[in-house]
Design a protein around this ligand. Structure first.
Ligand code: PFF
Length: 470
């Protein structure tokens, strides 16, 4: 057995702080903005069921693997992978898995911050009563005015990046931990409030039926794979965010119990968001499959016509900003930890450094919605024909980088790391629970992830799977 390492960055004050931080990372735009619209586009209930199955079978085991590697390595994902590879007598090239994660986090945050900027902008619009009494066209033009103006998008993106850098610069205990201690519980309170509103809206049953009555004729094989891919994104897996949070986890906390709690809370938020959103969609005769604009272009219509809508609208977008904020800090943390470890920077410098680079790269996304909206860099490849730079970044990270990262994390944990080490780190003994984890990570998750990956890259075509072609 090797000597226990200590993180130079400090550690969480306890298991609860880690649960809050990891839940804050997992719960984000993915749950509140993305989950409802992809569930809406892919037929509702059946999609939700497949997504839940993927969280349980792929998400939880890979999360356990990621937390385990982080806690054993106790460094940034790059150095953790290097140390653990050395410990297992494996090729030091495994550190590239850490680098791929840093790159994925950088790319995701560059566009995530721009979308979070929309949410920030909407907090002020909702509070100012801009949506009150507005028509669908009026709401659409508010959205277009925002996204069509690069200067405004830039301003909100800048503000969001500054907010992110401030929290990250303050460090593990006084920055990250303090932030999530307040933000995560606030998020739940706001969601309960919104669900209460939805319950009274008159279409709660319809919303519930849409989300929870599976109709398998409505989901394609591709929908199954979208559900699987979303499990990675929503649980922040495959890029080292959960690994670096795991590296600050105290020795005693049970990784299995903790991972299940986080996955449960993340799923709860997605379902609570869905339960708040769909009744509002139905009672106002809106379209569940409206796409990425679902929240920004249709919810304000509802907020504009409900009693107390300015207040509820403001609360809703505040909630979205909170959720995005606690995810953003985890997207940049692997890079910041590495800069501190290998470049000898203070956290403040490292945060500013990484933040400015991410902010600058975000300009590509800012311009994708206006000046460069017609610029389709890969127009000569059929599936990317209509993709803007933003679309390409989203596709590259969510559909390729995260599943690939998760695949290699799974492979490392059970094929490279010694079994004794994972038995010891997971602290479940050589029990049947451990055996289940081992089999899932060794066989089930890599095969499932490989299918997602091959399908999204078009190398195989699985659309015959559910008997429905697209
Ligand atoms: N899980 C976040 C969400 O659902 O919005 C997004 C995310 C955060 C993805 C951190 C990946 C990550 F490492």
């Amino acid at each position: 057995m090797t000597e226990k390492r200590k993180s130079i960055h400090g550690s969480w004050s306890g298991r609860l702080a880690f649960v809050l931080a990891a839940t804050g990372s997992a719960v984000g735009l993915g749950n509140i903005w993305k989950f409802p619209y992809i569930a809406g586009e892919n037929g509702g209930g059946a999609f939700v069921l497949v997504y839940l199955a993927c969280i349980a079978v792929i998400g939880i085991p890979i999360m356990m693997a990621e937390v385990m590697l982080g806690r054993r390595g106790r460094q940034s994902p790059i150095n953790t992978m290097r140390s653990l590879a050395k410990e297992a007598g494996a090729n030091p090239a495994w550190r590239w898995l850490g680098w791929a994660g840093v790159l994925a986090g950088f790319l995701i945050l560059s566009y995530y911050s721009v979308i979070a900027g929309w949410a920030l902008a909407y907090v002020f619009r909702a509070a100012a009563g801009t949506f009150t009494g507005a028509t669908a066209e009026g709401i659409a033009s508010i959205f277009e005015q925002l996204t069509g103006d690069p200067e405004r998008l830039l301003a909100w993106h800048t503000l969001f990046m500054v907010m992110t850098m401030i929290v990250v610069a303050r460090g593990v205990r006084s920055g990250l931990e303090q932030a999530v201690r307040f933000l995560v519980p606030a998020l739940f309170v706001l969601l309960i409030l919104l669900d209460g509103y939805a319950l009274a809206s008159g279409a709660f049953d319809e919303g519930l039926a849409f989300l929870f009555t599976p109709d398998f004729s409505k989901i394609s094989a591709n929908g199954v794979l979208i559900a699987m891919g979303h499990a990675f994104f929503t649980l922040s897996l495959g890029m080292g965010a959960i690994m670096v949070y795991g590296s600050y986890l105290p020795e005693r906390a049970s990784i299995a119990r903790t991972s299940i709690t986080i996955a449960f809370l993340d799923t709860l938020v997605a379902l609570m968001a869905g339960m708040a959103i769909f009744p509002i969609v139905f009672v106002n005769g809106l379209e569940p499959g409206a796409g990425p604009g679902l929240i920004f272009q249709t919810l304000p219509i509802a907020f504009g016509h409900m009693p107390g809508g300015a207040l509820f609208g403001t609360l809703f977008f505040v909630l979205l900003v909170f959720a995005a904020w606690t995810s953003a800090i985890s997207l940049i943390e692997p890079a910041v930890a590495w800069l501190v470890e290998n470049r000898g920077m203070t956290r403040i410098y490292a945060s500013v450094y990484a933040g400015i680079a991410t902010w600058a790269f975000g300009l590509l996304t800012v311009l994708s919605f206006n000046t460069w909206a017609d610029f389709k860099p890969l127009y000569f490849i059929e599936i990317f024909e209509h993709y803007t730079i933003f679309d390409l970044l989203d596709y590259l990270t969510a559909n390729i980088m995260l599943p690939l990262g998760g695949l290699f994390i799974a492979l490392f944990s059970v094929w490279v790391m010694r079994r004794n080490d994972s038995v010891q780190e997971l602290d479940m003994g050589d029990s049947s629970a451990y055996g289940l984890w081992y089999v899932l990570v060794r066989y089930v998750t890599p095969i499932a992830v490989l299918l997602v990956f091959l399908n999204v890259t078009g190398l195989i075509e699985l659309s015959g799977l559910s008997g429905q072609t697209e």
